[in-house]
Every structure is written in structure tokens, then in C-alpha cells.
Write a protein that binds this ligand. Structure first.
Ligand code: ATP
Length: 439
């Protein structure tokens, strides 16, 4: 299948996402709110399926990782302990001529990339959003919108470990919103100011950190392959000495080849005992772990896997977008892996008569118990196929005149356009086998 790699792919995708109800600009009727996005019917399904698939891989499929859903608002001391108040900054520069703002670390030259004007000296800009808790807006009531979900895990690690009776090594997984007042948001949902993270923190004995760091690098790489991402569009980026975050001993990013360049989609970090030690120091609480087998007491090291749900959604859209010529016509296909596709099966009566809509509705009701389905009887069947190709629907089931005779239906597969004749009674099994995990 021909793959479209034109520079305007992002523009095409943004417009497809709007038109088909995947994703649109937040507060659009008021002119939009910069770098905030709303997920419509298809987008919310796609992102939810990605999150569910992550949750399954990271918690349900294993016995050593527990789930958590911590509050977005947390005690402000947490962000002092974590180093975010002091260090979660980006270097900001302004162009003296055109007044545009840039992240100094993203610029190549010394002058404004837009107009060539002179730039100001960089100053550090903290990315955390602040707000006030309670009715009085003074410095004592300042709290922060969390810039990462990780800290909710650290401060709760013993609350999770004790009731679940996990022994080190074990992990805690969390999916939730994070907020960053980014200097240069953009590239659609790649960098927004409100986004969702899928983070897992794995608590290990300090002498095992290297081993589990490598283990999680491998696991997380494979997760993207299982999601259908082409391996040739992925690569590793190792953080060098100067790039490492204040908490990290070692860090590798998984990068994806976006139309706007190679960019991070997930970070795997060895955070050592930095976070727990800081919380011990700032809270005055003992958060060490007593090994029941060796009686050794120690502060665990943490291996973190930190992915973005929105970035993963964008990756699946870019990775799946294809255009090809079929019988002289352009066919647009979102070739998304069936297990995360927003709609799994579309059901069509070939024509709106001879009892076909009734049979199709019966099939729809039956399949709805297992899959996200969509019924469509408007326009020629070819048009209906095209609409489903664009929505990324892997299977279309058509009830036609043969169905009336032998109770079989046509199942058409999105990518190959292959059509199979399947007995109605076998349909659910056929689809389950083809879609695999769908729940
Ligand atoms: P970048 O270098 O792109 O700013 P980062 O190194 O600050 O990213 P992390 O703090 O490691 O990112 O966050 C982990 C993951 O959270 C990222 O890999 C990305 O998927 C997601 N993420 C971070 N910031 C944003 C954002 N502003 N919008 C969308 N997703 C984000």
C-alpha cells in the first residue's frame, strides 16, 4: 500500500481528525484555546483503547504491578521535594524585533529563526501551572497542577505496597492528566499544555537497577511494535551527561519519526533513590523498605517508564495514514491496529429493502455485546467502505441477497480489501479471532 510522506501530512491529518470527529481544537467557537484539544467520538475511543492496552500490558497481564489513581492536586511541598519548583524550567528567549518566544535549547543559531532579529539572554521559566486552594489568593494557598503523574506514585508507594503485599521488585502504574505551561506548544497533540501520561514506576533493590532498566527498555520497545508501529520509524535516544534530568542516573527516550522530525514518545529513566530520599527528607516520614527475606532495610531505586497517551495516539494516526489509488480514485485509509481501532465492525445492508436492514440490525445488536459497532445504510456500499477506511474500521459486514438464501455475509477487511464469505453463526468467532484483544 502506498504510504504518504508529504510534508503537509500533519495538515491533512488535522483536517481528517476534525472532519471525522477524532480531535478538534478546544473552545473552537471562541477562536480556540491554543494547544488544548478535545477528543470527539472516534478520538476518545482510540485514545481509550490505547490506554486500556497499556493498562493491560502493565498491570492485568502481570502479578508484580499494581494500579493507582492519585489526585491531580497535591501538597505543594511535594513539588519542592521533587525539585520541580526549583528545576522544572525551560530556558526562554524573546526576539527583540518580532517579539516571538522560543525555547533556547531548541534553537540552532544565535538569532531569531523567524526574522533574524537579536534574541534576549535566556531566562529560566517554570513550566508548572499554579492555582489557589480555598478562597484566599495568597502565597500560602498556592498549589500546582501536577506536571507529571509520577510523584503521586512515590508518595503513595507504601500505601500501595502494604495492602497488596508486593515484594520488591514491584511496580505501580498510573494513567492521568498532567499540565505543563509549555513555551512552544504545537504540532497538534504532540505538545499541548494539558495532556495524559501513562507512567509506571518500578521499585527495585539498588544493586538491580541496571538489570531492570534494560528489562523495561526492551518491554516498552515491544509494546509499540505490538501496537502496530513500524520498527523502522522508531529509534533510541540516549541522554548524555548534560541532558539528564536532575533526578536521573540514566535515561533513554524512544523516538518516533514524525513528519516534523524524530521526537520523543516515551522516556525510560533510572531515577535512583532521588525521589524517595527527598520525600523522606521533606516529609520527615520513613519510606524505607524492609526486605522480609534478607532483613535488609533500604530505600529502593526506581525505574520509570513514562509515556504520553496523546503522543501515542498521534503516532498511531501518523503510522496508520495511507493514501492509494483504487480504480482511478483516491482511497484514504487509517490502518490502525484492529485491537485499538475506534470502531471494530461496521454493518451494512446492501440495499434498504428485501428485509436486509432487519437482518443487519439483528447482527448489529448481537455484535454490539462484544465490539464497538456502527450501522450504516446510507449511500452506495463503496462510499460506506471508504468512510470506514478513513475512520480506521478494520471490518465491514455486508448483508446482501445471498444472505437471504444461505445466511452468510460478506466480511471485507480494511487494508487488503479482501472479501470473505462467512456464515452469520460464525461471525462473532471470525471477528474475535481477527481482532484479538478487544477489551
Ligand atoms: P519533551 O522533551 O518532548 O518536552 P519531556 O522529556 O519533558 O518531553 P517527560 O517529562 O519525560 O517528557 O514526559 C514523559 C512523556 O510525557 C513524554 O515522552 C511525552 O509522551 C509526554 N509528554 C510530555 N510533555 C508533553 C506535552 N506537553 N504534551 C503531550 N505529551 C507530553
Amino acid at each position: 500500500m502506498a504510504k504518504r510522506e508529504s510534508p503537509d501530512l500533519m495538515e491533512t491529518l488535522v483536517s481528517l481528525c476534525k472532519r471525522r470527529g477524532f480531535i478538534f481544537q478546544s473552545s473552537e467557537i471562541y477562536g480556540g484555546l491554543s494547544s488544548c484539544w478535545d477528543y470527539g467520538p472516534l478520538g476518545v475511543e482510540l485514545k481509550k483503547n490505547i490506554k486500556d492496552y497499556w493498562w493491560k500490558a502493565m498491570t492485568r497481564d502481570r502479578d508484580d504491578i499494581e494500579g493507582l489513581d492519585a489526585a491531580i492536586l497535591m501538597h505543594p511541598r511535594i513539588w519542592e521535594a521533587s525539585g520541580h519548583v526549583e528545576n522544572f524550567t525551560d530556558p526562554l528567549v524573546d526576539c527583540k524585533a518580532c517579539k516571538r518566544r522560543f525555547r533556547a535549547d531548541e534553537l540552532n543559531g544565535e538569532n531569531c529563526p523567524d526574522c533574524g532579529g537579536e534574541l534576549t539572554e535566556p531566562r529560566q521559566f517554570n513550566l508548572m501551572f499554579k492555582t489557589f486552594m480555598g478562597p484566599v489568593e495568597d502565597s500560602a494557598s498556592v498549589i500546582y497542577m501536577r506536571p507529571e503523574t509520577a510523584q503521586g506514585i512515590y508518595v503513595n508507594y507504601l500505601n500501595v505496597q502494604m495492602p497488596s503485599r508486593q515484594k520488591i521488585p514491584f511496580g505501580i502504574a498510573q494513567i492521568g492528566k498532567a499540565f505543563r505551561n509549555e513555551i512552544t506548544p504545537g504540532n497538534f497533540i504532540f505538545r499541548s499544555r494539558e495532556f495524559e501520561q501513562m507512567e509506571m514506576q518500578y521499585f527495585v533493590h539498588p544493586s538491580d537497577d541496571e538489570k531492570y532498566f534494560e528489562y523495561w527498555r526492551e518491554k516498552r520497545w515491544q509494546w509499540y511494535l505490538d501496537l502496530g508501529v513500524e520498527e523502522k520509524r522508531m529509534r533510541w535516544h540516549k541522554h548524555l551527561e548534560g541532558e539528564l534530568a536532575h533526578y536521573a542516573k540514566k535515561a533513554f527516550d524512544i523516538e518516533f519519526e514524525f513528519p516534523f522530525g524524530w521526537k520523543e514518545i516515551e522516556g525510560i529513566h533510572n531515577r535512583t533513590d532521588f525521589d524517595l530520599k527527598r520525600h523522606i527528607e521533606f516529609s520527615g516520614k520513613d519510606m524505607s523498605y524492609l526486605d522480609p527475606f534478607t532483613n535488609e532495610r533500604f530505600v529502593p531505586y526506581i525505574i520509570e517508564t513514562s509515556a504520553g497517551a496523546d503522543r501515542s495516539t498521534l503516532v498511531t494516526l501518523i503510522n496508520g495514514y495511507k493514501e492509494e489509488e483504487v480504480k482511478g480514485e483516491k482511497r484514504v485509509v487509517l490502518s490502525i491496529d484492529p485491537k485499538i481501532a475506534p470502531i471494530k465492525v461496521a454493518i451494512f445492508p446492501l440495499v434498504k429493502r428485501d428485509g436486509m436492514p432487519e437482518i443487519a440490525h439483528r447482527i448489529e445488536e448481537d455484535l454490539r455485546k462484544s465490539f464497538k459497532v456502527f450501522y450504516d445504510e446510507s449511500a452506495a456500499v463503496g462510499r460506506r467502505y471508504r468512510r470506514m477506511d478513513e475512520a480506521g474500521t478494520p471490518f465491514c459486514v455486508t448483508v446482501d441477497s445471498d444472505t437471504l438464501k444461505d445466511d452468510t455475509v460478506t466480511v471485507r477487511e480494511r487494508d487488503s480489501m479482501r472479501q470473505d464469505r462467512v456464515a452469520s453463526s460464525q461471525l462473532k468467532q471470525y471477528l474475535s479471532d481477527s481482532i484479538g484483544y478487544f477489551g
